[in-house]
Design a protein around this ligand. Structure first.
Ligand code: MIG
Length: 667
């Protein structure tokens, strides 16, 4: 049962698509009381709060505050309140169990027991919103109803379930070849290599540097012949440059975001001075979406959309302010130390400044709307533009597409990656914790930069992170400019990497099936133990293990020099110690165990009465490469005990999808 109350005059966000909810709302606010600032719920001592999608800290969000305001902050330390996404869905679980969705694309603060430990305060900056309450038969049913409300999640092509390699940047075609050869030479499977911003000509969207990637179309073919997909990045900002068609068309047609006077708004990002396409405008969206053709024409079938919070390095306003300061404060004389310190602060304030967001205006199909009120819709609509364009350009085909910034609703158009993490052990755990909360909000195709984006990784950290990444739908190794080279073949004993990554391919039938099941049945692929073992006091407290599908539990290592870890088994399970050619199995009883986890193994747990499909590594590779329409049942073997059946979801892996196209087999 879903009810909705409208406050003020909200802009349509498109988050909700199956909204029978409108009829149910009888204007009676339940559970919450209206306060001057927003909405308050009084929490009982034992209430837990789950959700918020891509957010910091624990799986249980209680005890801190979070702000939904899509932010490009590459330093995900614990005190940060905002990351790249805005996912305003939570479930309060305890004395009363119910879900809340705040459909409002401006800034929304969720104070979940921060100011006062027993209060949940939801504080929107602009009180134009739809307030949804979702009730059901327990937490999983509430999530399912919410997922139906917001519509079916995106499905990537099957190859996008293979292992992928990225770096900022592979500077030319030879650098890409070196990576592909590096993997090939040590027999580690690989399905995609990413092209970061340097493949472009002066960071101009939809251009390809002829110097660094000559004869790009043939290069794409050369890679495809090796079953490698190239995935270029597209940035939100469009370079201001005479003669550049995207800039000239956009200006002529009025497709860019405006300033207060109605002139095209100028910001600076990678290309230097840029305009932002007005993705909140239907025509502009269609125009930009069809621009992807420049690359699809060359055989490209995957993209990642970046810098779409949107990230701003500086604006002329900010720069002018700094100039004024220098003139006024320092004049022509000496600059004092204090003034220099103030200058430093002012320079730091140039990027992603609120004043600049408040000075931008959208044309939402005739209605002028200040950016700040709809900030969280920007990256979402960039990705919607791409998805709709790509559907037109590649009819009936699935395209890999994911975004950095997002809002609920974007899950129908693409996935997200978790942004600029660091090569820190704690970020393996943060990666794990975000998985279930993202699934609650419909984001299923997701993963973190494996190995860590910022700072230098280590061999051990990368191997441990991969052992979690084996299970995440997006399995991509990515590292920042200036960091240590992070491709697996750069390290000693590449056979260990081969062993771990091969497990991904061995598990592909299960992972792909569980992905489709989560899409079509509106289930969470990853769940906290607390969702499944409601009465189990220990399980409810576990924040470093997850349930995957109905059969499996994962418990990755996330500490340095560990030979294993403590794992809590909420019921009897079979421990699987997997490697590329097979696995050992061991029956374990409900309870706490110290479990050995060698660096070159993928260890996970299958419920005692369950079974899961696995294949040989080579066959897993061919499934991923899409050389076959369906998975040949005869080549599947089973892990775990055989008594409980398995419902396998499969499809062609590349064509447009409807539930009726899916092959569901009961084993
Ligand atoms: O300002 O394109 O999150 O994945 O490698 C940094 C360069 C811009 C941020 C993305 C990251 C990407 C990087 N980008």
């Amino acid at each position: 049962m879903i009810s909705k109350i409208r406050y003020g005059n909200p802009v349509p966000t498109g988050a909700v698509v199956n909204g029978t909810a409108d009829e149910n709302g009888k204007g009676q606010l339940r559970y919450f009381e209206k306060t001057e600032q927003g909405f308050r719920y009084r929490m009982e001592k034992k209430d837990a709060v789950y959700g918020l999608g891509e957010a910091n800290r624990g799986i249980n969000k209680r005890g801190y505050q979070y702000i939904s305001y899509c932010t490009d902050d590459p330093n995900h330390t614990e005190e940060k309140l905002s990351l790249y996404g805005a996912h305003n869905f939570i479930v309060i679980d305890g004395a009363c169990t119910f879900g809340v969705f705040i459909d409002n694309p401006g800034r929304v603060t969720f104070d979940i027991g921060y100011e006062r430990t027993d209060e949940l305060n939801i504080i929107p900056e602009y009180e134009d919103l739809d307030f949804y309450i979702i009730e059901g038969e327990g937490i999983k049913d509430i999530v399912r109803q919410f997922r139906i409300l917001i519509g079916q999640s995106y499905i990537p092509p099957r190859w996008a379930f293979g292992y992928q390699q990225c770096r900022w940047s592979y500077m030319d075609a030879d650098a890409v070849r070196e990576v592909v050869d590096g993997y090939e030479n040590c027999g580690i499977p690989l399905t995609a290599v990413y092209l970061d911003i340097d493949y472009m000509e002066s960071y101009k969207d939809f251009t390809i540097s002829d110097e660094r990637f000559p004869d790009f179309g043939n290069f794409v073919k050369e890679m495809k012949a090796k079953n490698i997909h190239l995935v270029p990045i597209i940035d939100a900002g469009v370079k201001i440059e005479d003669g550049y068609d995207v800039y000239e068309e956009g200006t002529a047609k009025g497709y860019f975001v405006k300033d207060r006077e109605g002139k095209d708004y100028v910001t600076a990002v990678w290309p230097g001075l840029t305009h932002f396409p007005d993705f909140l405008n239907t025509e502009a969206r269609r125009w930009f979406g069809l621009k992807y053709q420049a690359l699809t024409d060359k055989g490209i079938d995957g993209f990642w959309n970046d810098m779409n919070e949107p990230a701003i390095f500086y604006t002329e306003r900010g720069i002018d302010e700094v100039r004024e300061f220098l003139k006024a404060e320092a004049g022509t004389g000496d600059i004092s130390t204090d003034q220099l310190m103030e200058l430093k602060w002012k320079l730091n304030e140039l990027a992603n400044n609120d004043t600049d967001y408040k000075a931008m205006y959208h044309n939402m199909d005739g209605q002028t709307v200040n950016h700040d009120r709809v900030h969280n819709l920007y990256g979402y609509n960039m990705t919607k533009a791409a998805a709709e364009g790509l559907a037109e350009l590649r009819p009936g085909e699935r395209t890999l597409l994911f975004s950095r910034s997002s809002y609920i609703g974007m899950h129908r158009y693409g996935g997200i990656w978790m942004g600029d993490n660091q090569a820190w052990w704690s970020h393996i755990l943060l990666n794990l914790k975000m998985l279930p909360s993202l699934n609650m909000c419909g984001f299923l195709y997701t993963g973190a930069d494996i190995g860590g984006f910022g700072s230098n990784t280590t061999r051990e950290l990368l191997l441990r992170w991969l052992a979690l990444g084996v299970f995440t739908p997006l399995m991509r190794n990515h590292a920042a400019l200036g960091t240590r080279l992070q491709e697996c073949f750069r390290f000693e004993h590449t056979e260990d990497f081969k062993s771990v990554i091969s497990c991904r391919y061995r598990l592909l039938p299960y992972l792909y099936s569980e992905y489709l099941k989560s899409v079509y049945e509106n289930e969470m692929m990853f769940r906290p133990l607390a969702f499944d073992y409601r009465e189990d006091e220990i399980a409810v407290n576990v924040e470093d293990q997850l349930m995957l599908g109905n059969e499996v539990m994962i418990a990755p290592v996330y500490t340095q020099n560990a030979t294993g870890r403590y794992v809590y088994l909420p019921e009897n399970m079979t421990m699987i110690i997997m490697h590329e050619n097979g696995e050992e199995e061991k029956e374990l009883e409900k309870g706490i165990h110290f479990v050995e986890m060698p660096l070159n193994r993928v260890v996970f747990f299958v419920k005692a009465d369950a079974k899961i499909p696995v294949v040989g590594t080579d066959y897993g590779r061919s499934i991923c490469n899409g050389t076959m329409e369906d998975i040949a049942v005869s080549r599947i073997s089973w892990l775990g005990k055989q008594d409980k059946g398995y419902r396998m979801y499969m499809d062609t892996g590349h064509s447009d999808n409807k539930k009726d196209d899916v092959l569901i087999t009961e084993f």
